[in-house]
Design a binder for this molecule. Structure first.
Ligand code: NAD
Ligand code: UDP
Length: 342
């Protein structure tokens, strides 16, 4: 078993990653500045797994703190989730996105080089593809992000490609996620957005639990069967299992590799609303409003490369995604740190 550093491990995807790693018997070291999360997610991870992890409240841009962490543990691999992820905010505060995402990744890679740790999995995003016309999206599609968030992801991919090219010891996996949703089956960890959710499923779930009066559906005039946007929603547990497979793949394959993590199937906004209503037994009020600028009509992955090379395939469908989100949302209606949370 190995010792693995998870940056951003207190966050939504990172906390699910920690559960999977601990359950597989690995030692887990988490680094997170808690800018978008709560340490209570890590307590929940320990409750679920009945194991403990090592947590450092540290910024990934803090070179001295990174040095200490690399000196303290015999790290085999790094899973790099830390970063900012809100598309709209990246338009109004681009410098902060370049700083956290690009500079943060650079500082991390420098610390890895200094410590002689060369195995890295990076959280990239389907946003690097911009707005392709053809579907499904394969890894060979041209990249062309249309917002600063996507640009930061592409910059990091390019930086890591150059770094991997400079030294054959590097083993780097770039994972381009489609739309992660869902929660751990225990209902103990899940997505806990600050403020008004930007993404569809957390918004639907907050309407179902009564925190918001209705969902705005961003138009029903797209060229899709019901007129609403189509996305490739992937269960967060499937997603983190893809990372476990990527770690195994890197043990056999040096160099840098890119894989889409999606299901290969798209669902519309109205289909997601219906699935959530069925899972929760609650009605989800919605109103159709104008399009959100920058939204593609349709986006879904071709996950064949991940299946072929990583031996990974998503297992859970939207019913299970919605059931798990609902279990989490009804358990923590106002998030981890709210006064009414258990
Ligand atoms: P999240 O915000 O829940 O988790 C990110 C974590 O990183 C948070 O705990 C935050 O406190 C921490 N963090 C942010 N900046 C940091 C810094 N400078 N130093 C240390 N910690 C820092 O987000 P998530 O949904 O779990 O996303 C994880 C990763 O996956 C991100 O890199 C994100 O861009 C990427 N991603 C997410 C999605 C998605 O829809 N959730 C899609 C594609 C890619
Ligand atoms: N969407 C919506 N109302 C919302 C949030 C999202 O109708 O409040 C739609 C959005 O237009 C898109 C889909 O839901 O078609 C998924 O949006 P999300 O922001 O979750 O993912 P992304 O667009 O980044 O893939």
């Amino acid at each position: 078993m190995s010792t693995i550093l998870v940056t951003g491990g207190a966050g939504y995807i990172g906390s699910h990653m920690c559960v999977e790693l601990l359950q597989a018997g690995h030692e887990v070291v988490v680094l997170d500045n808690l800018s978008n999360s709560s340490a209570r997610s890590l307590e929940a991870v320990e409750r679920i797994t009945q194991r403990s992890l090592h947590f450092h409240e540290v910024d990934v841009r803090d070179t001295d703190a990174l040095r200490k962490i690399f000196a303290t543990y015999e790290l085999e691999s790094v899973l790099h989730f830390a970063g900012l992820k809100a598309v709209g905010e990246s338009v109004s505060e681009p410098a902060s996105y370049y700083d956290n995402n690009v500079v943060g990744s650079l500082r991390l890679v420098e610390a890895m080089m200094e410590a002689g740790v060369h195995n890295l999995v990076f959280s990239s995003s389907a946003t690097v593809y911009g707005m392709p016309e053809e579907m499904p999206i394969t890894e060979s599609f041209q990249t062309g992000p249309i917002n600063p968030y996507g640009q930061t992801k592409l910059h990091v991919e390019q930086m890591l490609t150059d770094i991997a090219g400079s030294n054959p010891d590097w083993r780097i996996s770039l994972l381009r996620y489609f739309n992660p949703v869902g929660a751990h089956a225990s209902g103990e960890i899940g997505e806990n957005p600050n403020g008004i959710p930007n993404n569809l499923v957390p918004f639907i779930s907050q309407v179902a639990v009564g925190r918001r009066p209705h969902l705005n559906v961003f138009s029903d005039d797209y060229p899709t069967p019901d007129g609403t946007g189509i996305r490739d929603y992937i269960h967060v547990v499937d997603l983190v299992r893809g990372h476990m497979k990527a770690l195994e793949f890197l043990r056999r394959n040096p160099g840098i590799h890119v894989h889409n993590l999606g299901t290969g199937r798209g669902y519309s906004v109205l289909e997601m609303i219906r699935a959530f209503e069925a899972a929760s037994g609650r009605q989800v009020e919605y109103r159709v409003v104008e399009r959100r600028p920058g939204d593609a009509a349709v986006s879904y992955a071709d996950p064949a490369k991940a299946e072929r090379e990583l031996g990974w395939k998503a297992e859970f469908g939207i019913e299970r995604m919605c059931e798990d989100v609902w279990r989490w949302q009804s358990h923590y209606p106002n998030g981890f740190d709210a006064a009414d949370s258990p």
